[in-house]
Design a protein around this ligand. Structure first.
Ligand code: BG6
Ligand code: MG
Length: 221
């Protein structure tokens, strides 16, 4: 059976993926680029700087700004995002997540956070979930998803191999990262976005320990 569960945060533990989208949409609009939800799928799970570079390329402005201007634009987006998440409380934790974390703790299964967000530790505290995480892997120390490094780091911090872990993700880049390090992926969202070859739940209420065990038996038997 699996020994660890590695969670993504934005769009898995709470709805902050929506805030990232809204903040990027506003920033992009301010420089004359229109993004929509379909394009946003490509930004999910991707670091702040890489997201901005993808937006600039999408708008045909990849060479329009200096590195310093790019850093300023990224900081502007983050300022807006930080304002948005100031309102997050424990009531914003997605359905089923708290009970899953409680089940995992009781079963002695290690729990790690493998989020690309520098804001992740603050959000976990704001949602009063710190006690459930044995590690929060630091996103600023590794390359961005789809590189598997953040999942590898979280597993390592838990004293486990990725192969012994389940990874839970809402982003195509995140699923790619989980597959690349040979953890078992479970997607949150639509199979059409995340893949027909993996377990996908349409919402987090379905994520129970029993469901995770069932997927492990199904895909790892
Ligand atoms: C990921 C989000 O979790 O974190 C991305 O899915 C976001 O949308 C990335 O760009 C980085 O977040 P932050 O908070 O460091 O800008
Ligand atoms: Mg996510």
């Amino acid at each position: 059976m699996f020994k660890g569960v590695l969670f993504d945060l934005d769009g898995v533990i709470t709805d902050t993926a929506e805030y990232h989208y809204l903040a990027w949409k506003e920033l992009a609009a301010s420089i004359g680029i229109t993004i929509d939800r379909e394009f946003n799928e490509q930004l999910k799970g991707v670091s702040r700087l890489d997201s901005l570079k993808r937006i600039l390329a999408y708008g045909g402005k990849e060479n329009a700004y200096s590195e310093e201007q790019i850093a300023n634009l990224a900081a502007q987006k983050n300022e807006q995002y930080v304002k948005m998440i100031a309102k997050v409380t424990p009531a914003d934790v997605y359905p089923g997540i708290l009970s899953l974390l409680q089940e995992l703790k009781q079963a002695g299964i290690k729990v790690g956070l493998a989020s690309a967000s520098i804001n992740a530790p603050a959000l976990i505290e704001r949602m009063e979930l710190s006690a459930y995480f044995d590690t929060i892997a630091r996103a600023d120390q590794v390359p961005s998803k789809p590189d598997p490094a953040i999942f590898e780091l979280a597993a390592k911090n838990l004293g486990l191999e990725p192969e012994q872990c389940i990874g839970i993700e809402d982003a195509p880049a995140g699923i790619q990262a989980i597959k690349a390090c040979h953890a078992l992926p479970i997607g949150v969202g639509k199979a059409s976005d995340l893949g027909q070859d993996i377990a996908v739940v349409e919402n987090t209420a379905k994520l129970t320990l029993a469901y995770l065990e069932e997927q492990w038996r199904k895909y790892r038997a």
